[in-house]
Design a protein around this ligand. Structure first.
Ligand SMILES: O=P(O)(O)OC[C@H]1O[C@](O)(CO)[C@@H](O)[C@@H]1O
Length: 450
């Protein structure tokens, strides 16, 4: 299992913090309530992500088994929850698991980024996967229309076999496109929100395509879920970590830094950023009262950011909780040769493994932060594989929903994203947004922009 090391989160002789174990214990009743609410919502079928590890993957296995072997690349067009999990899994495993097929994810509308991707892939060998739960997201729609147009022109006879679409099972424009064009369709379950959907078809299909062991991924998630059903916080890392982050947040630690000591896990921190930010950053509580809550997630990379961020982390405002991601075993490693045995400046490194240096530096940063009274946790991956990634995903999904309960907000919605989407529609002349367009024109006038 992943190891969750939380000793540097609680006050001790090493961490002078305002969070002794006794303070955590004062919250046991609220934890029980939150647990009861989560169980009730799960029983009412509202928390679909809990059940994803039990779902059959036969449709994915069959699709991959029958796929034209010419395909060696998948291009995902999606954004947010329809992209970040796919990227995180692929980046984590592409080298460690020596994946046989490639994945590109176009999750922006930056034209140069699209050009870059299209100039690197062989269209003949590329399967396009358009992923959007709502089927309306402007960024994904724009990418879809450009790429589908290219494919239709280049492969007029069989473009339908080169594009697949993952979207709601009934709703939305793209479901109609699937039916009209004859594309193969995959489904984002109703009761699974975008940022919780990586273990559904959204993330499983691209993973299975690239060669990731999706059974192991789901098994990891399932094993972590078993642990995290437990209302006892000392045996439930999702609840304990959620509670501690919540209590620190109440003490003014507004920032949660996730710092993998592994380039392969850096995109996993990006996946976490969306999960934590979109789920917990809320203006209103569940009763509709304005509360403006949320802890800002930040990603940092060890050791790289030791030489960029750690000065701030140790001596700047004490407003952060840190989470290291550590890897015990790296499949590919190097021994540093003792190139200058008589030079003290470097001979201490000779004969050591790079992974040994990496993990020593991780531990050194833990010590430095602890000495500076900065609470920090460590999540240890015995190795980077699908099984442990599945555990990590389930751990953080449960932690996020649980923390949302403690904050008395709805961790499953994202009303704040709507304002930007509506303004974009108005600016791009989408039908039905005349009122907003008029307001924007006025705004531009007031700012002297017209
Ligand atoms: O899968 P969709 O519907 O295209 O949404 C993409 C992303 O956009 C959001 O709705 C808002 O950013 C996210 O919650 C979601 O993951």
């Amino acid at each position: 299992m992943l190891k969750y090391e939380y000793h540097n989160l609680l006050a001790s002789k090493h961490i002078r913090s305002n969070l002794p174990k006794e303070k955590v214990l004062e919250w046991i009743d609220q934890v029980k309530n939150a647990h009861r609410e989560i169980m009730a919502e799960h029983n009412a079928n509202l928390l679909g992500f809990y059940d994803l590890p039990d779902c059959s993957t036969k449709h994915i296995d069959d699709f991959i088994a029958n796929l034209n072997p010419v395909f060696d690349t998948m291009l995902v067009l999606g954004i947010g929850g329809s992209a970040l999990g796919n990227k995180a899994l692929y980046s984590a495993l592409k080298t460690e698991a020596e994946l046989p097929r490639k994945l590109f994810v176009y999750d922006n509308v930056d034209p140069v980024f699209l050009y870059e991707i299209l100039s690197q892939i062989n269209l003949e060998k590329t399967l396009v996967n358009v992923i959007t739960k709502s089927g309306t997201t402007a960024e994904t729609m724009a990418g879809y229309m450009i790429v589908a147009d290219i494919f239709k022109r280049k492969f007029p006879k069989d473009y339908q076999k080169r594009i697949i679409i993952t979207t709601d099972k009934e709703k939305g424009f793209l479901r109609q496109v699937i039916n009209q064009e004859g594309y193969t369709g995959f489904t984002v379950p109703d009761n699974v929100g975008g940022r919780f959907s990586v273990l559904s078809d959204v993330g499983l299909l691209s993973s299975a395509f690239t060669g990731i062991d999706i059974k192991a991924l789901l098994k990891g998630a399932k094993d972590m879920r078993e642990i995290c059903w437990n209302p006892n916080i000392w045996e439930n890392p999702a609840y304990l970590n959620g509670l501690i982050h919540f209590l620190y947040y109440r003490q003014g630690k507004n920032i949660s830094v996730m710092m993998p000591y592994s380039n392969s896990l850096y995109d996993l921190a990006d996946w976490y950023r969306q999960l934590w930010a979109e789920s917990l950053g809320k203006r209103k509580d569940i009763k509709g009262r304005e509360i403006y809550v949320g802890q800002t997630p930040v990603k940092a990379l060890g050791t790289t950011d030791q030489h960029s961020q750690v000065q701030l982390y140790t001596e700047g405002p004490n407003d952060k909780v840190f989470t290291f991601l550590t890897v015990e075993y790296f499949k590919h490693d190097y021994t540093i040769p003792n190139l200058h045995p008589d030079r003290e400046e470097v001979n201490y490194l000779g004969g050591k493994k790079l992974s040994e240096l990496l993990n020593a530096e991780r531990f050194a940063t833990e010590i430095a932060l602890s000495q500076a009274m900065r609470p920090n946790a460590n999540i240890v991956f015995p190795q980077i594989d699908a099984y442990h990634l599945g555990q990590f995903i389930m751990l953080y999904e449960i932690q996020t929903v649980f923390t949302g309960k403690l904050l008395c907000i709805n961790p499953l919605d994202q009303p704040g994203v709507e304002a930007g989407k509506i303004a974009t529609y108005a600016l791009m002349n989408k039908k039905g947004y005349d009122q907003e367009r008029t307001e924007i024109e006025q705004y531009k006038k007031d700012r002297g922009l017209t």
